[in-house]
Design a protein around this ligand. Structure first.
Ligand SMILES: Cc1cc2nc3c(=O)[nH]c(=O)nc-3n(C[C@H](O)[C@H](O)[C@H](O)COP(=O)(O)OP(=O)(O)OC[C@H]3O[C@@H](n4cnc5c(N)ncnc54)[C@H](O)[C@@H]3O)c2cc1C
Ligand code: SF4
Length: 509
């Protein structure tokens, strides 16, 4: 990978000419939280510096190659982490400008109103948030505009109220997904069009290809945080970006209340970043790691605790007699079992995945002959099942003696998840897909990580206040999924973006 991947002519990407840079506000991390915040503050008059450890993800034909992306892992650049037993694993994180959104599936639902809880689950309660849905609602609308979300109001029975409509109409089902929607309706279920952030507007750049979920977009048509939020923020003139800059530690003044500077490494050299205010947006694991490494904001002992990541299962259903001709498959969702009902616990969300192709299953099923893999993937409908997991003190991010990230993770609330898998399997069989394969995701699938610097009003039990500011430091905020009090059971990115919009005013007040 070269060292100059800034798209040609992009303003605001700086090269420091010394060992120190200074700004009013330093945003550390350029993913969903960091880039959205930079966009929200782009015309504030403050000198804003976004600091990102990764580089721009290169635009190249391999962006859309299942072989390059899934077999060779071309864009996987996460460092190695370890589990509680010290076994190393390669986490599913991506260090690029735009963070994980460069490869995300761009499914962008709002959390349900009840998700702000508390929510009683079979194995315990998901805690309530110190803010409610109404606090986020206007900001969800702003995030949907920015990320060009396509959806249909009122179709999903669990949809929360909204003061603005989706900015763009839903993406239609195609091929086997359209058939599945009909068949699920025939069972009395209420499938709906998942809200998606792809540029299918009149004159938009999206060509509705089959390599979206898990792939970078070659055309810049996916609503990732780099293209939609950061680049417009840079173009506005007051925001600058420093790439390839790994922040290692934050330092305070003698009182301990004010963060004075961050020490980073750039191209092997130390760089000091001085700012009046700092915002952490490194993703839930890396934000916690940075706070732990800096011994900051942890009077409650909660930094790194309450790690949540969802209970998730891939489900592949096929009818050997029928091809699935869907190309862009990620359009259908099902929330019929999302809410608790009568004596039944809340189970979770079902949604389509991007269309599986043979190379994508090669790594997971190397012993299955290629012809069989091809036969199944040409016919399969591919789904992703998500249930809420519960925050606990023991599920946590820690650093070992050598500073390596250790993820202590024991999945909980699995009974609900197993029931979700059972019901979905039964429905798909009844819908005419006799072959159903499932695979539960392990510790390395942490795309929905959250909860490690939890938001709350009580400094004894939380890390940041409802405005995202750390209880213990006057000029340090957190703007990523770390602040989530519960994981809900739908995709997190729109809520991260809405929350960044919500706290933006307070960061510069
Ligand atoms: C394959 C995949 C599919 C997904 N699909 C969806 C989906 O369809 N819908 C959805 O809602 N969510 C999806 N997600 C999850 C979504 O991408 C994340 O929830 C979201 O990007 C998290 O935002 P964030 O700001 O917390 O962190 P990130 O977006 O991960 O950004 C963190 C940034 O901080 C940088 N960074 C980390 N440490 C440092 C440091 N020490 N110094 C400087 N920079 C640092 C990283 O390089 C990164 O750019 C998916 C994720 C993956 C991997
Ligand atoms: S479906 Fe559209 S947004 Fe997604 S990768 Fe293809 S062209 Fe890009």
């Amino acid at each position: 990978m070269t060292h100059d991947q800034a798209p040609h002519g992009l303003p605001g990407v700086i090269e420091p000419d010394g060992a120190e840079v200074t700004c009013d506000l330093a945003i550390l991390g350029s993913g969903m939280g960091g880039a959205t915040l930079a966009h929200a503050l782009r015309s504030s008059g403050a000198r804003i510096l976004v600091v990102e450890r990764g580089d721009f993800l290169p635009r190249e034909h391999q962006n859309w190659s299942p072989e390059a992306v899934f077999v060779q892992g071309r864009y996987r650049n996460g460092d190695q982490w370890q589990d509680a037993q010290g076994r190393p694993f390669q986490p599913g994180v991506h260090y690029y400008v735009g963070g994980n959104t460069k490869v995300y599936g761009a499914t962008l639902p709002r959390f349900r109103e009840t998700d702000f809880g508390p929510v009683a689950h079979a194995e315990g309660d998901a805690p309530g948030w110190p803010i409610g849905y109404a606090d986020l609602e206007p900001h969800y609308g702003r995030a949907e505009d920015l990320y060009r979300v396509h959806g249909t109001r009122g179709e999903d029975p669990t949809d929360p109220w909204r003061s603005t409509d989706y900015p763009h109409p839903a993406v239609e089902h195609e091929g086997g997904v359209a058939e599945l929607a009909d068949r699920l309706r025939g069972q009395g279920l209420r499938p709906f069009h998942m809200p998606v952030g792809i540029d299918l507007r009149e004159g938009g750049d999206c060509v509705r290809c089959g390599t979206c979920d898990g792939f970078p977009c070659l055309l810049g048509a996916k609503s990732d945080a780099d293209v939609r939020a950061l680049r417009p923020a840079l173009a506005a003139g007051e925001v600058q970006l420093l790439t390839r800059t790994l922040v290692g530690r934050l330092h305070t003044d003698a009182t301990g209340r004010r963060v004075t500077h961050a020490v980073a490494t750039r191209d092997g050299k130390e760089l000091t970043i001085r700012a009046g205010r700092f915002v952490l947006a490194c993703g839930a694991v890396n934000t916690a790691a940075l706070l732990l490494r800096s011994s900051l904001a942890n009077g409650s002992g909660r930094v790194g605790r309450n790690y949540m990541v969802h209970n998730s299962t891939f489900l592949v259903a096929a009818d050997p007699a029928r091809r699935n001709r869907a190309v862009f498959q990620k359009t259908l969702g099902l929330n019929d079992w999302y809410l608790a009902d009568g004596g039944r616990a809340a189970l979770g969300n079902v949604q389509m995945l991007g269309k599986l192709q043979e190379p994508m299953v090669r790594a997971a099923r190397p012993n299955v002959p290629a012809a069989v893999r091809r036969f199944v993937t040409r016919r399969s409908l591919d789904l992703y099942l998500t249930s809420e997991d519960l925050p606990t003190r023991d599920n946590r991010v820690a650093l070992d003696a050598g500073g390596r990230i250790t993820v202590h993770w024991r999945p909980n609330n699995l009974g609900a998840h197993h029931e979700l898998v059972r019901r979905t399997t039964a429905s798909l069989r009844a819908a005419g897909y006799p072959l159903v394969f499932t695979r539960r995701m392990g510790i390395e699938t942490n795309s929905h990580q959250c909860g490690t610097a939890v938001m709350g009003t009580d400094p004894a039990t939380s890390v940041v206040d409802p405005g995202g500011r750390t209880h213990e430091h006057d000029n340090l905020w957190v703007a990523d999924a770390s602040v989530f009090c519960s994981s809900a059971a739908v995709n997190p990115a729109l809520t991260i973006a809405a929350n960044a919009f919500r706290i933006a005013g307070g960061v510069l007040a």
